[in-house]
Design a binder for this molecule. Structure first.
Ligand SMILES: [Zn+2]
Length: 447
C-alpha cells in the first residue's frame, strides 16, 4: 500500500515534456516544459525540459504528446441537484413546502451533505479546481470547504455562499434563501451567513425562471437598491464579494448601483450600465463582472418543451429573459467588461460536468475567441473571484491546480470534457471519471 498517499501528505512530483496551454488571452502554448510540484502542493518550477533539474525523490509523470492547462474555475454552481430536469412539479408551492421540511430535517441534512459531496466530486473530476456556490440549502458547502482546506479530503477550492438572500416569497425563498423585508433585516441575514463562515454572498435581485409560479416573474425587480446596498456594505467590510441573480435591465441596474460585484445572468447593457461595470464605486474592487450563465439560459429556449419536460410558466419566463442574457454577454465582451465562466450547475440541463460548454457557448453566441473563452474560465475568473495569487495559471508559487488534456483546449474546447488527470493543490486524481447523462449530452450537442 506504499503507493497510496496518506491523508495529509503529498508526494512531490514532476510533469515532464508537457506542452503548457497557458490560458492567456492569446492562447499561448509553451512547448516541452517541465513542472515541479512540491510536497506542499505548490508549483516550484516551470522550465523548458532540457534545462530542468529534477530531484531524485520526485515522481516523474511523462506528458509527452499531452497538454497541461490550469484547472478550470466555475463561478456559479449549486450542489443540491445533479442537473437533470427539475420536474414541473418542483415549481408548485405545495411541493416547495414539502421539500423545505424534508431538506431541513436531520435526515434531509445528511442527504444534502452526501448530495453536495457527490456533486463537488463531479466538478473536480471534470477538471474544476476552483468553484463558487451561488445559493445552498444550508451551510453544506461551507462544511465541505473546511474539510478540503484542512486537507481532510481532496476537492476543489470553494467559495461557499450558504443560502441566498431574498425578499419574502422571492427567488429562492423558502427553499434556499433567507428572506428580509428591509435594509436592517437584509444586513442581519448577511451577518448570519458571514457568522456561519461563508466566503461569498448571493442576492436574489429579481425573480427567476425555475421557481417562478407565474408568468412575468423572471426579471422583475424584487429587492430594493437600499436593501442590496446594506448587504454589500456588510459583506465588503469582511472582504467578501457579493453576487446578484439579476435578469432584466431594471434589476441589473439596481444591483450595480448598490455595489454588487458580480451580476449573474444579466440583461442587455446600455451605456450607463457599461459605465457602472467599468467603475463601480460601491463594489469591493471598483469594478463589476458579468457571469452570463448561457449554459442555464440557452437550453430553455433552444430545446422543445417536450425535450426539456418544463412547464408553460418556465418556458414563458425563459423567453422573457434568455435573449437579454445572451445580448448582455455580447455587450460586455464588445466593451471590454470582464465576463466570467459560470454555468449555474444543478439547474435544468446543467449537469455538474459541463463547465467546458459555457466556454463553447461564449464562442458561439457572444463573440469570444476560444482563447478568450479559456482565459475567462481560468485567469480571468481567478482574478475576479480574488484568487489570482493562488490559482488560475501554471506559475511558480501558485497552488498546483492543473489538468492534463489530449489536445490544446484553444484548438478544441471539447477536449476539456475528458481530462486525463486532474490535480488540485498538488493532489492528483488519477483517471478522473464522471457519470454522464447521455440523453442530456446529446440534446446539448444539438444547438
Ligand atoms: Zn444559480
Amino acid at each position: 500500500m506504499g503507493h497510496l498517499l496518506g491523508r495529509k501528505e503529498r508526494e512531490p512530483f514532476a510533469i515532464v515534456h508537457a506542452d503548457i496551454a497557458t490560458g492567456d488571452e492569446q492562447g499561448t502554448v509553451e512547448r516541452d516544459m517541465t513542472i515541479l510540484v512540491g510536497a506542499d502542493g505548490r508549483i516550484e518550477q516551470v522550465t523548458p525540459s532540457q534545462q530542468a533539474y529534477i530531484p531524485a525523490d520526485y515522481h516523474q509523470i511523462d506528458a509527452t504528446g499531452k497538454y497541461v492547462a490550469p484547472g478550470l474555475i466555475n463561478a456559479h454552481t449549486h450542489l443540491f441537484s445533479d442537473g437533470r430536469p427539475l420536474t414541473s412539479g418542483a415549481t408548485s408551492q405545495k411541493t416547495q413546502k414539502t421539500a423545505i421540511k424534508l431538506l431541513h430535517s436531520p435526515l434531509g441534512k445528511v442527504y444534502m451533505r452526501s448530495q453536495a459531496k457527490a456533486n463537488i466530486m463531479t466538478l473536480l473530476n471534470s477538471g474544476v479546481t476552483t468553484m463558487r456556490t451561488m445559493g445552498d440549502v444550508g451551510y453544506e458547502a461551507v462544511a465541505l470547504r473546511n474539510r478540503i482546506d484542512a486537507d481532510d479530503m481532496i476537492g476543489p477550492r470553494i467559495l461557499a455562499s450558504g443560502p441566498l438572500l431574498a425578499i419574502p416569497g422571492g427567488h429562492g425563498d423558502p427553499l434556499i434563501a433567507l428572506a428580509s423585508s428591509n435594509p436592517e433585516e437584509a444586513r442581519r441575514n448577511t451577518r448570519i451567513n458571514l457568522d456561519h463562515g461563508v466566503n461569498a454572498i448571493k442576492i436574489a435581485a429579481t425573480g427567476g425562471v425555475t421557481d417562478a409560479t407565474k408568468l412575468g416573474v423572471a426579471g422583475t425587480p424584487q429587492m430594493t437598491e437600499e436593501e442590496m446596498a446594506a448587504i454589500c456594505d456588510e459583506a465588503h467590510e469582511y472582504g467578501v464579494i457579493v453576487a446578484a441573480h439579476a435578469q432584466g435591465q431594471e434589476g441589473v441596474m439596481r444591483a450595480l448601483k448598490a455595489g454588487v460585484d458580480t451580476i449573474e445572468h444579466g440583461s442587455a447593457l446600455n451605456d450607463e450600465m457599461l459605465e457602472l461595470f467599468r467603475h463601480n464605486p460601491r463594489s469591493l474592487r471598483g469594478y463589476s463582472i458579468l457571469d452570463p450563465t448561457l449554459s442555464a439560459g440557452l437550453p430553455l429556449t433552444q430545446l422543445s418543451q417536450e425535450q426539456l419536460g418544463i412547464s408553460d410558466i418556465v418556458r414563458g419566463n425563459s423567453e422573457l429573459v434568455v435573449d437579454g442574457m445572451v445580448q448582455g454577454a455580447r455587450d460586455a465582451h464588445a466593451n471590454g467588461i470582464p465576463v466570467g465562466v459560470a454555468t449555474d450547475t444543478g439547474m435544468t440541463f446543467v449537469p455538474q460536468y459541463t463547465t467546458w460548454r459555457e466556454m463553447d457557448l461564449l464562442v458561439r453566441y457572444a463573440g469570444f475567441t476560444p482563447a478568450q473563452a479559456f482565459n475567462a474560465g481560468t485567469q480571468v475568473n481567478a482574478r475576479d473571484l480574488g484568487f489570482e495569487d493562488v490559482t488560475g495559471s501554471i506559475s511558480i508559487g501558485k497552488d498546483a491546480d492543473m489538468i492534463v488534456l489530449d489536445e490544446d483546449p484553444v484548438k478544441n474546447l471539447r477536449t476539456l470534457a475528458s481530462p486525463r488527470l486532474v490535480i488540485a493543490k498538488g493532489r492528483p486524481v488519477w483517471r478522473p471519471e464522471v457519470k454522464h447523462f447521455p440523453e442530456i449530452d446529446q440534446l446539448l450537442d444539438t444547438f
